[in-house]
Design a protein around this ligand. Structure first.
Ligand code: DP6
Length: 325
């Protein structure tokens, strides 16, 4: 029996759209910060059949099918390294992540699952190989394998391992915080998994992929390595709004942002201008606003967040990534 713990990551360069749906080969490179909280534990063991239980999520047929498919893909990937049976497992998920509030629980789930599998098999796997297993369950999960700033890079092929996670800088490099404002806890109608395959239908999708793979990912890496917050803010906000534009112009359109999201963005822009605060905003597939900031701005941003009526507030910082416990 093996237990692995993992946490969500929040992207600064967003993954949106696949170039191979079954293998979840991401259309574009991406980059995120792994959070230190909230976490979940996954305990696995060999079994005669697949069984999954979760402390805070109903295991619907659709959920179980996703695990089944992921384990089959992981098994075929492991077959390229050392043939191993992992499709029949007992899986226990003990999650402290509130479901469907924009905190990327699938990234934590599938990074923890991949990490746990790496502890169960009787040969060593590198973090890069573990990130590939995580990606087969959820694209963004590849980044939560790494502490600090994790990224995904593409290779020019359509193989199952053609898209890999790597670490830009560890959790000791730059102590950033994520103050999270959740305006709505309503479960979203269309999840990322359903949205990715339609991304190509946006007329602006191809230009977005070119911009990221051509220069934006590198600009974000440079901003992080040189701890240049202003540069990070510009590139991350540009990428976030561009992803939402693609979502809104794909067929059928996906509008994840709410009036509350736009109101908070306007207020944050005004606040940072008035008080010269190092803070940036970013949103994933939901109305939740993530306010990334440095130590210097953390107290003020948290104070602002707690004035938001009817919103849930979470505070997180940079974290260590998936690990065995
Ligand atoms: C908007 O990794 O959740 O959060 O591969 O279908 O599980 P699946 O999608 P997922 O997509 C993440 C989309 C995003 C941006 C990001 O995290 O990069």
């Amino acid at each position: 029996m093996i237990t692995a713990r993992s946490t969500p990551n929040i992207a600064l360069i967003k993954y949106w759209g696949n170039r191979h749906n079954e293998f979840r080969l991401c259309a574009n490179d991406s980059l995120s910060m792994t959070l230190n909280t909230p976490s979940l534990d996954i305990t696995i063991d060999h079994a005669d059949t697949l069984s999954i239980t979760s402390t805070n999520k109903e295991m619907t047929e659709k959920n179980i099918l996703r695990f089944k498919k992921t384990l089959e893909l992981i098994e075929s990937y492991l077959g390229t390294i050392e043939p191993t049976k992992v499709s029949n497992l007992s899986i226990k998920i003990d999650s402290h992540i509130p479901p469907a509030i924009g905190l990327a629980s699938s990234a934590a789930v599938f990074s923890a699952l991949a990490k746990a599998i790496s502890g169960l098999v009787d040969f060593d796997l590198t973090d890069e190989q573990i990130s590939i297993m995580a990606r087969l369950g959820s694209g963004s999960a590849a980044r939560s394998i790494f502490g600090g700033f994790g990224a995904i890079r593409n290779e020019e092929n359509q193989f199952i391992d053609g898209c890999k996670g790597w670490q830009v800088a560890d959790e000791h490099h730059w102590n950033l915080h994520d103050i999270i404002i959740v305006p709505s806890t309503e479960e979203k109608k269309v999840g990322s998994s359903e949205g990715h395959p339609q991304a190509q239908t946006s007329p602006d999708f191809a230009a977005r992929v070119d911009a990221i793979n051509g220069h934006r990912q590198q600009e974000c890496i440079d901003a992080i390595l040189s701890k240049d917050f202003e540069k990070l803010q510009k590139v991350a906000e540009e990428d976030c709004m561009e992803m939402h534009h693609c979502m809104q112009t794909q067929d059928p359109p996906l509008n994840y942002l709410s009036d509350e999201t736009y109101r908070i963005l306007d207020e944050v822009k005004a606040l940072r201008k008035a008080e010269h605060l190092p803070v940036l905003y970013t949103m994933d597939a939901g109305p939740t606003v993530h306010l990334f900031c440095t130590d210097e701005a953390k107290e003020r941003i948290a104070e602002y967040a707690h004035t938001q009526e009817g919103c849930q507030i979470f505070e997180a910082s940079i974290g260590p990534g998936a690990h065995l416990v």
